[in-house]
Design a protein around this ligand. Sequence first.
Ligand SMILES: Nc1nc2c(ncn2[C@@H]2O[C@H](COP(=O)(O)OP(=O)(O)OP(=O)(O)O)[C@@H](O)[C@H]2O)c(=O)[nH]1
Ligand SMILES: [Mg+2]
Length: 279
Amino acid sequence: MNVIGLGSAGCGIADALSKYSQYKIFKIDVDISGDRCYNVIKLETAEEYENHDFPGIDKFLKNLKGKTFFIVGGSGKISCASLRVLESIKHLPISIIYIKPDYELLNKVQKMQDRVVFGVLQEYARSAVFDDIYLVSNQALDTILGGAPIIGYHEKLNEIFATTFHMVNVFQNTKPVIGKIEKPKETHRILTIGIFDAEKNEEKMFFSLDNARERCYIYSINEDKLKTDNNLFNTLKTQVKSKATEDLNITYAVYSTNYDYDLGYVIERTPRIQEQEIK
Ligand SMILES: Nc1nc2c(ncn2[C@@H]2O[C@H](COP(=O)(O)OP(=O)(O)OP(=O)(O)O)[C@@H](O)[C@H]2O)c(=O)[nH]1
Ligand SMILES: [Mg+2]
């Protein structure tokens, strides 16, 4: 799988994913150098980035094959070059990972840039130009972490996202003991992921999706427990059933682990474009 990070949030998360051998990492930003890094000249406005022709970018991304994740944070000027970069890899199956910035910290121009990027990427995903779009809010990550120190702040956010994202990918490519991560409905191309604490029966989503239509609970449970606990399956089924509503279809998948502790994850999807708060 390829990972392309654009701008500081995109490259930060790409870095956090680089510790897993499954991902081939590419970074695009100003002031970067190194293997699989594309250095962009610094421009002054979002419009300039939008109209910039990114010399050599086709060549930089030429050898990519297969599933590709494109990561970008909404408010940055360089995020407005997203479509230009994506143009170079339009023949590939692409998933977008959009990072929603903390709105409290943005000026008017940044909010506007974010709204455009957020809207356009969702529209493209919904019309199946991309496979799908993951929505992730920095504020949600912060709340889940219970805050983080200023130094290394973004690294902490990136870490929790990258770990969860990676685990969800691993489970999607592993055979469950029971249940299944269903193939999503064709129109359900807008999604988020989250962490699930089965004991507390509590999910912590990385983005608050309006009009969620399907949710999959991923249980990763100690193998001995799976072999010996007579009540576990009933408990689990009751838990899963209690989550369903008229509009929300619930599925689950159970995986076996050698860890002493259990882990849980959630994938949530909607067909509906999410609105950006207008301030
Ligand atoms: N999760 C996460 N968010 C980040 C990271 N770096 C920056 N952000 C957030 O992403 C948003 C955009 O980041 P910026 O640094 O402003 O922009 P940029 O994408 O580099 O674009 P420019 O304006 O061209 O520099 C801001 O709200 C940041 O708080 C990161 O490593 N991880
Ligand atoms: Mg930047």
